[in-house]
Ligand binder design. Structure first.
Ligand code: HSE
Length: 310
């Protein structure tokens, strides 16, 4: 068997206001570390989960990292390979920053590297999405694809995983706001109305198309006009205390756009430079602390590499 392999899989921001279930980008931090090495008996075993407050299952079939890796091993006909996995959760779950996706990505990527399969990241994407699916019951790659591949990823079609990594202008920064309340993705999905009025579909389509065009042409003014979610944010924002006020603060401080990160409660502000992002973090941190809401707020660039071995 090969040498031990350690990988890092980053957090991500899904939906990005205008692309519910079909758009996401990777962050530099936080993320999960996953180590795999030779096990003492046939098959994949999760021997330890550090972090995660003891709430994540060691059972391979119930753990997003374990299940994603298992699906790869099944595909290879290698389910008996003796592999031990150690998961170091370095990010909270139920945060809206793609925690279960980062674990799924880390699990399958680590085992793929360990077994030296020669499969590319694109070829293992499906197994990572299947891993995340056991957490929220839905097959969507808007967290998994950016965590694995890096950058901003648009998924044209989730079932067939037809995706495209989108060109990014230089100099974009993200202010991440994470109030320490927990929202489970499944709950946040269950409240959504599955009927959408046609006029809102038209507006959201315009915003999504313009957002992609703005990224390709580095048109910052256009970026600032199109990051408006008229379908999902109005339904989910009531789950997040002071959402409207925090959004007004961020936009007043010069954000290009502001919305819920994934299923929440984390929020993101896309900014044209680091100074604006830092100001937003400082002001919102102060506000949430005054309101006695525990929080972690930070600035990140968009991570263009995704999961890495180190
Ligand atoms: N697109 C997903 C959602 C991301 O908003 O529910 C979280 O898994």
């Amino acid at each position: 068997m090969g040498h031990p392999v350690k990988v890092f899989a980053p957090a991500s921001v899904a939906n990005v206001a205008v692309g519910y279930d079909i758009l996401g980008f990777a962050l530099e931090q936080p993320g999960d570390d996953i180590l795999v090495r030779e096990g003492s008996k046939p098959g994949l075993v999760i021997s330890e989960i550090k972090g995660g407050k003891g709430k994540l299952p060691l059972d391979v079939m119930k753990n997003t990292a374990g299940y994603a890796a298992h699906r790869l091993m099944e595909h290879l006909g290698e389910t008996d390979a003796p592999i031990e996995m150690v998961i170091h959760k370095k990010m909270p779950f139920g945060s809206g920053m793609g925690s279960s996706a980062a674990s799924a990505v880390g699990g399958v990527y680590a085992v793929n590297e360990y077994l030296k399969t020669g499969l590319t990241k694109n070829e293992i994407l499906r197994f990572a999405v299947e891993g995340e699916e056991i957490a929220d019951g839905a097959f969507h790659a808007d967290n998994v694809a950016p965590s694995l591949l890096g950058g901003m990823v648009l998924i044209r079609d989730n079932p067939s995983l037809d995706f495209k990594k989108i060109h990014l202008p230089q100099g974009l920064y993200v202010a991440m706001i994470h109030p320490h309340i927990k929202i489970l993705t499944k709950d946040s999905r269950d409240i959504l109305n599955d009927q959408v009025p046609l006029d809102l579909v038209i507006r959201q389509s315009g915003n999504l198309a313009a957002f992609i065009a703005a990224l390709y042409t580095s048109d910052i003014d256009l970026l600032g006009r199109c990051l408006q979610d008229v379908i999902i944010e109005p339904q989910r924002s009531r789950l997040i205390p002071h959402f409207r006020h925090i959004k007004e603060m961020a936009m007043g401080l010069g954000a290009l756009g502001f919305s819920i990160s994934g299923a929440g409660p984390a929020m993101f502000a896309l900014c044209s430079n680091s100074l604006i992002a830092e100001n937003i973090v400082l002001e919102v941190e102060r506000f949430l602390t005054d309101e006695q809401i525990g929080n972690s707020c930070f600035v990140s660039k968009i991570n263009n590499e995704g999961a890495i071995k180190y």
